[in-house]
Design a protein around this ligand. Structure first.
Ligand code: ADP
Ligand code: MG
Length: 690
């Protein structure tokens, strides 16, 4: 977005000492560019005159007053100065809490500019929050619209304003337009210099809106440009056309004890088309937990096996990877597919021969964890990479796996549905497959909401299911109570003992969470899936992927503490078989508004797409702009939910620019580089083209 000099540390700016630099850093402001991008939270209009007589219709007053008298109220330390002032319309009182020094600064008879919040109190027009400046022809902080910045630490408005002013004075000249001139004209945008200036010190509110529109548009335009270009590029990347008869896949389907859903069939067709085409596939497959994505991925791997290539399937946890490997063995080994499993826990005695076989091409499909992209893992002909729960992996990790093949086909899978606005932004909407239909015969999970204190009822309902031979999960927001115990918050360790000893002594219960060693975790999960362990007390480690069909109860205590996507994932752990399943959401007192909203959404919706849309609404645009956990789209000015109108324009323009000039986008473009830094999913574009 800015020239390199804008990366200079903020601490070097005149007027910012080291203690302020620290508070700036806390607010994420480290460089000159960060200061420029720090958007005011609101503005004080100190331009248009608002006389004292406007109160109470208006609360903010902006006027010129004369001091008419001083007075003190209270005694000793509480003694407080009152300054009586008047403008042409009325008399007001400035109550100077902690500012008795103003007596000398504002002597009777002198004139001042005054901006303040006024109320009628004790029969007077009073203000305790005000700012003044001696009247002159060239006021410093009056006669303009002043920015009000979000503050943190010991930061003060005036320091920030001074810092921004200083930075703008020095650096505005080096801020150049980044958009093509015809787009600047088309939308009648102000120059980028003027826009940056106007966001901080606008001449009018309209000017500020226009400025912001440019800055938002720029971000979205480059975001779209990069997404669209990537889509074009993948489409254009050449490789040999394949012919896939598909017989092996069909054989596997015939052996299934059920039929594929229409969406599964459609997605397999899409994948086959991609694989047969002369350019590599880069496809995102979305679908709720249990919608049958993994099965689709296995079947798609058969296309590659048939064509003589190798496939790699990467899962985010050892547990999941193993479960996938076991399912794959059942489905694929009868067809003669050569499978392997690799994780960090595979000992070198086994690992050595396995890696050799892989390199010699004697393995068709390898399933594993992060261990798959360690440097000693090599393939003979890696042609298909499947990444399960793709958002759990870093970009570099994904790329290092892709690079083990020669332009392999890539299938990214996610059970965290991404709202359409976002897929459009990131994947340019071109290569997204969706499984919406769930396998036939599955009953929706029945969800009950329960207040803490009524657990008895829930435990009784779970007891009934256990009696039928079914199994249950109990999930808690934390592992143990720790030392700074919030007594009222339940934790997995304590509740494990309680459930085991007090509530369900007749059933085998186990504890599972992230601090339990992998090997033990696996033993526990194996035993749970064999039905020996009946009850799992857990943290959200069971969130990802685990598939035990006989489990029909999901109890989430302190449900209000979980995010919507976690709640949805957790609920998806049950209801995977044909038996009726239940989710019990137990909430405690002190429900926040958003906590309440989330629970409502869980009661109202069962499909992940609606839930993710609702999630966006609850978290709101402001939150979304900073969605760290999703890793997407930390744009500075634009907000893809609130600014969809601009997003659509930007998308159309990006498409037409790239069509007429495919080489338009250079990685040197400042805005582009910044957008990519803020939106990690885009990095691979930059990296792979670099
Ligand atoms: P996902 O990866 O989307 O969570 P899976 O592929 O693991 O879903 O499928 C979940 C369960 O449903 C598996 O046990 C799978 O065998 C089964 N399954 C998949 N597709 C179907 C189908 N069309 N009909 C019935 N069961 C299916
Ligand atoms: Mg899955």
């Amino acid at each position: 977005m800015f020239a390199d000099e804008l990366k200079f540390p903020a601490i070097d700016i005149k007027g910012i000492g080291s203690s302020y630099a620290k508070s700036l850093a806390k607010a994420g402001i480290l460089t000159v560019a960060d200061i420029i991008r720090y958007i005011p939270r609101s503005y004080e209009n100190r331009k248009d005159s608002v006389p004292l007589s406007s109160v109470p219709n208006r609360r903010e007053v902006n006027t010129v007053v004369e001091v008419i008298a001083h007075d003190f109220v209270g005694y000793g330390k509480k003694k407080t100065l009152k300054i009586f002032v008047r403008d042409a319309t009325a008399t007001g009182v400035l109550v100077c809490f902690g500012r008795n020094f103003l007596k000398d600064k504002m002597p009777v008879g002198k004139r001042f500019y005054l901006y303040g919040h006024f109320d009628f109190r004790y029969g007077e027009l009073q203000s305790t929050q005000f700012d003044t400046e001696a009247y002159s022809d060239t006021p410093r902080n009056f006669g303009l619209i002043l920015p009000v910045y979000p503050l943190s630490g010991n930061l003060k408005q005036n320091v920030l304003r001074k810092a921004v002013k200083a930075v703008l004075n020095t650096y505005l000249p080096s801020i150049d337009d980044q958009l093509p001139a015809d787009l600047m004209r088309k939308y009648n945008f102000p120059s980028r210099k003027d826009a940056v200036n106007a966001v901080h010190f606008p001449g009018s509110i309209e000017e500020r809106e226009k400025a912001l529109r440019l800055l938002k548009y720029e971000e979205l335009f480059f975001l779209q440009l990069s997404a669209v270009r990537r889509a074009f590029k993948y489409k254009k990347e050449k490789r040999e056309v394949r012919d896939i008869p598909g017989g092996l896949m069909e054989k596997a389907v015939l052996a299934l004890p059920f039929t594929l859903t229409p969406d599964q069939i459609l997605v397999l067709k899409e994948i086959k088309n991609d694989m047969e085409s002369g350019s590599p596939m880069y496809r995102l497959l979305q679908g709720d937990v249990g919608s049958g994505k993994t099965l689709v991925a296995f079947l798609a791997a058969l296309f590659i096996t048939e064509a003589g290539g190798q496939s790699a399937f990467m899962a985010p946890t050892e547990l999941l990877a193993r479960q996938h490997a076991e399912n794959a063995a059942r489905l694929l080994e009868p067809l003669g597919v050569r499978l392997a499993f690799l994780s960090g826990n595979i000992k070198s005695k086994q690992r050595g021969p396995l890696l050799k076989a892989l390199e010699k091409g004697e393995i068709d499909l390898i399933i594993g964890t992060h261990a798959l992209f360690t440097s000693d893992v090599a393939f003979k002909k890696l042609e298909f990479v499947i990444v399960d729960e793709q958002h759990k992996f870093g970009v570099l990790q994904r790329i290092s796996l892709f690079n083990k093949g020669e332009k392999p086909d890539v299938l990214l899978m996610t059970a965290t549905p991404i709202p359409r606005t976002i897929t459009m932004t990131i994947f340019a909407d071109l290569d997204v497959s969706v499984i919406k239909t769930v396998p036939a015969g599955r009953k929706p999970v029945i969800t009950h909401l329960s207040r803490m204190g009524n657990e008895e009822k829930v435990y009784r309902a779970v007891g009934n299911e256990l009696k039928k031979g079914h199994q249950a999960y109990f999930v808690y927001p934390r592992i143990s109570s720790g030392s700074t115990a919030q007594e009222s918050l339940k934790d997995a360790e304590r509740m494990f003992r309680y459930l085991k000893n007090e509530i369900f002594p007749e059933y085998r219960t186990a504890l599972i969470h992230s601090k339990i060693p992998d090997t033990e975790k696996i033993e526990i999960m194996d035993s749970f899936s064999r039905g020996e362990i009946k009850i799992l007390a857990a943290t959200s480690v069971v969130e990802v992927g685990v598939d035990v069909r006989n489990a029909t109860c999901m109890v989430i205590e302190h449900a209000e503490r979980f995010g919507l996507s976690a709640l949805h994932q957790l609920r998806g752990r049950v209801g995977r078989g044909t038996e009726q399943a239940y989710a019990f959401l137990i909430y405690s007192e002190n429900l926040s508004d958003s906590g309440k909203e989330r629970l409502k959404v869980m009661m109202q919706y069962s499909d992940g797409f609606s839930i993710s849309e609702e999630d966006l609404k609850i978290r709101g645009p402001g939150q979304l702009a900073g969605t760290r956990q999703s890793g997407f789209l930390k744009l500075n000015f634009a907000d893809i939910i609130r600014d969809t109108d601009i997003l659509h324009l930007a998308r159309k323009d990006a498409l037409s620019v790239l069509k007429t000039d495919p080489g338009f986008l250079s990685a040197d473009n400042g805005v582009l580089r910044e957008v990519l830094e803020r939106c990690p999913p885009f990095e691979d574009d930059l990296l792979s083209s670099g």
